[in-house]
Design a protein around this ligand. Structure first.
Ligand code: ADP
Length: 674
């Protein structure tokens, strides 16, 4: 490759001014540094020099030196003639040329030699294809950004350093009701009214522009001429273009979000209120107070100060006001008993559905009289919602009244429905509780009657029984040795019958008296009670060679007599229902969360699980006369335990002994006696 002249570019002097005259030797380096292909021709239009770009872009080589311009630039028409013209006239010209897909712009300019005379021409070739592509790309990107900005729903505006509008998107113009021309270059602070201009937002904007602070998002509430009242969140970002500071302002319309949040907060408050009412349900028993709570909640959620709750009187089929807020006596008198079909509440009663009257003045639901009563009370609109049980029974009505005509949105109506359901549940539960209370009262009364009867029977029968016993004894004494065998047997039966009856009556008396223990309860150390009872049963324990052991027992609150009864019956049974082995009886106690659990375990004959429940009934026995007993012992135990809110049961298998369990109240950490 030719490197004449010290540069990369090739040059030659032939039939021309010497190359050194056209391109000084040092200048060839300059030409090589240029990206643009450069070809220099002499006065005869033959190539004298080409730079590096001409070699790489156009594929020229050193062998092209000396050839005509037309022969090295085949794509350029008439290039030789044009070169000659430029050289002759000294004026440059330009020409488009195409090489396949590529477009080039050929510029031909005259070139002077050392003598200041035109000595040839310089041909520069610009690749227009690449240039156009980059312009197209720039246009595309600009349009693309514009399209995106215009499809963004939130208004965006770009401000310059003086807070003047540079550009904005469609949403901005639509929201503020300005045109593009009206706002270009206008200080944003001067757009709109005074409130807008004095807004603190502009101060923050200026600070953001000065670069030392971040713009804190600001909430703006405005009544916009084009779109009405909106809440906007204003945010700003600093942009930089060619070192110039710009601000991108974004307005986010948060009206809906804010309204939804407000609605949600109101719903939450209403639900909390509903929840409070249901909590109060368990605290109050007064139905009027509870319905008052429901009414207050309805009044609060629908934003009024008037309303009433009526209950349906099943006898007359009329609605009667139970609670009310904000009405005068004359209103209450008029609406105190409402028939089906009268006004809003009567119509709701008749149809079993809510009635809304948006304007009392014009609604045909009212006759002249009822309309006047409503208007005199200042009630210009009203809603009446029936409360209906889950089984479909209409129990009553609650109505809220408003001082201006109004309509209700879905949310309000939903809340009213919930309140109506609450009221229905309330009334239903209340009447169920009342019914339960009266059944309980009746049960208690009949229990008392039965108890009195059992007491009277067991007590009053003692006297005739004593007479039979003493007369039969007189018979035996008086006729000693004179009674025949049959008469003596009869007298024996009478004696044992009366003896058994005495035992039965005595036990029955104890049973009836369990609930009547006189005096208040006291702390009773069960260790002492048990030891006393073991002493009482000493004879039978010794005779049977029984061994009675026990854990440390607690101190509990109650009547000692009851605990003696319990231990007496359980231990004597454990001795009585023994096997051939000597009885082993163990009494234990352990504490659970809120009660003491006691157990009395034996190694006796055991009980078939089929009878685990029945044996606690009065007179229920699993044995005949061969085992002494009245069948009342366990019933007494059960009565005594239940008297303290405890319970008693047995776990046992035939031949595997029995363990009787019972519980007595006593919270953790209290009651250990030793
Ligand atoms: P009784 O006066 O017959 O003992 P209870 O009411 O004390 O009456 O007991 C009812 C029945 O339960 C007894 O007749 C007996 O069959 C059964 N029973 C009670 N305790 C035991 C026990 N520890 N082992 C086996 N059976 C028992």
């Amino acid at each position: 490759m030719a490197t004449e002249g010290g540069g990369f570019a090739a040059s030659i002097a032939r039939n021309n001014a010497p190359a050194s005259e056209l391109v000084a030797p040092g200048h060839m380096d300059v030409l090589d540094a240029i990206d643009l292909p450069v070809i220099i021709v002499g006065r005869d239009c033959t190539v004298t020099s080409v730079n590096r770009a001409a070699m790489t872009v156009l594929g020229l080589t050193a062998s092209d030196i000396g050839r005509t311009a037309a022969s090295v630039l085949a794509a350029a028409e008439n290039v030789d003639a044009l070169c000659a013209q430029v050289i002759a006239e000294g004026a440059p010209c330009r020409l488009e040329m195409r090489d396949g897909d590529r477009h080039f712009l050929l510029r031909i300019a005259p070139c002077t030699g050392g003598d200041r005379q035109i000595a040839g021409a310089v041909l520069t070739i610009t690749n227009v294809t690449a240039f156009r592509a980059s312009i197209d790309q720039a246009i595309y990107e600009r349009e693309y950004t514009k399209a995106i900005l215009n499809t963004v729903i939130d208004p965006l505006v770009v401000l310059d350093i003086n807070l003047c509008v540079q550009t904005a998107n469609r949403a901005f113009y639509a929201m503020f009701g300005f045109s593009r021309d009206e706002t270009r270059g206008v200080p944003i602070g001067t757009l709109g009214d005074e409130v807008w201009k004095t807004s603190q937002a502009w101060e923050s904007l200026k600070r953001t522009l000065s670069g030392d602070t971040e713009f804190p998002a600001v909430e703006i509430e405005r009544d916009f001429p084009a779109i009405g009242f909106r809440t906007l969140l204003l945010d700003a970002r600093r942009l930089a273009r060619d070192g110039e500071a710009l601000i991108l302002l974004a307005f986010q319309d948060i009206t809906e979000r804010k309204n939804a949040l407000e609605r949600l907060a109101a719903d939450v408050a209403a639900l909390r209120r509903l929840h409070e009412i249901s909590t109060k349900l368990s605290a109050h028993s007064d139905i009027a107070t509870l319905l008052g709570e429901v009414l207050d909640a309805a009044i609060a959620v629908t934003g009024t100060d008037m309303g009433n709750v009526q209950l349906l009187d099943p006898a007359s089929g009329e609605l009667r006001i139970i609670v009310q807020r904000g009405f005068s006596d004359s209103f209450l008198e008029f609406f105190n008993s409402v028939h089906g079909g009268t006004a809003a509440c009567g119509t709701a009663l008749k149809n079993g559905k809510r009635v809304i009257v948006e304007n009392v003045e014009s609604d045909p639901l009212y006759d002249e009289e009822s309309r006047q009563v409503m208007l005199a009370a200042g009630a210009l609109s009203v809603q009446s919602t029936p409360f209906i049980t889950r089984s479909g029974r209409l129990l009553g009505m609650f109505s809220t009244h408003y001082r201006a005509p109004r309509s209700f949105d879905e949310r309000n109506l939903r809340l009213l429905d919930m309140l109506a359901q609450q009221a229905a549940d309330l009334v239903e539960r209340q009447s169920a509780e009342q019914e339960l209370r009266s059944i309980n009262d009746e049960l208690r009364r009949s229990n008392e009657d039965l108890n009195q009867f059992a007491y009277a029977a067991s007590h009053d029968l003692q006297e005739p029984l004593r007479m039979i016993t003493s007369y039969s004894q007189m018979l035996v004494k008086g006729y000693r040795g004179n009674l025949d065998e049959e008469a003596a047997l009869c007298v024996k039966f009478i004696t044992s019958g009366t003896q058994r009856m005495r035992e039965l009556l005595a036990d029955l008396l104890v049973y009836t008296q369990v609930n009547d223990a006189a005096g208040g309860t006291e702390l009773v150390d069960l260790n002492q009670v048990l030891e006393k009872e073991i002493e009482n049963l000493k004879t039978s324990i010794d005779e049977s060679e029984a061994l009675v052991t026990h854990d440390e027992l607690p101190t509990v609150r109650g009547h000692e007599a009851h605990f003696l009864q319990i231990f007496q019956n359980l231990i004597s049974n454990a001795v009585k229902y023994r096997t051939a082995r000597p009885p082993r009886i163990h009494i234990a106690a352990c504490q659970s969360e809120d009660c003491w659990l006691f157990s009395v375990a034996d190694n006796g004959i055991g009980i078939d699980p089929a009878y685990h429940q029945t044996i606690f009934g009065v007179f229920k026995r699993l044995h005949g006369r061969e085992m002494p007993g009245t069948g009342i012992g366990l019933a007494i135990c059960q009565r005594a335990v239940e008297r303290y809110g405890g319970r008693i049961w047995v776990e046992s298998q035939i031949d595997h002994g029995s363990t009787f369990y019972f519980t007595l109240p006593g919270s953790k950490g209290e009651g250990r006696a030793r």
